[in-house]
Design a protein around this ligand. Sequence first.
Ligand SMILES: [Zn+2]
Ligand SMILES: [Zn+2]
Length: 149
Amino acid sequence: MSPGTQHFVCTLCGERFKGRLFALNRSARRLVFGDGHSAAHVEGAIAIATYCSEGCQEFGVPCGMEEEQVPIPAHPPGPGPIEVCAVCQGPVDMSQWHLDYSVSVEEERGPSILQVIGDHSIAVVCGHCTAARGSAQAAEEVSEPLRIE
Ligand SMILES: [Zn+2]
Ligand SMILES: [Zn+2]
């Protein structure tokens, strides 16, 4: 996807962006835990929706998550190693491939330069629920990661 906010219009209100890009993202992730730290392997990250402002993001994210059929948990997922699946409330082993939903803010620093200034997970979904929901593409992202860094 080519960066640059001028290419985007707000999913919610249709407004063009003015220097900042607010997004709802989905990706397949797997955490690798080391000595006191963890690193994330990320596959197939996409922006499900992009918003022009914090206000539109606030209103838009619940709609976007509803379309994904994933409820937003009251408590956002933490750093693991075990978190709660937003769909079945079962455990999500963060060291295994799972779906991650996050909201992010990016700021335009120049032509085609977007810098991430905020990004946090709002929900994680276990591999079982991902497959059960019949989201073939998403399930593939979880079950068949191609690259291990
Ligand atoms: Zn908007
Ligand atoms: Zn689940």
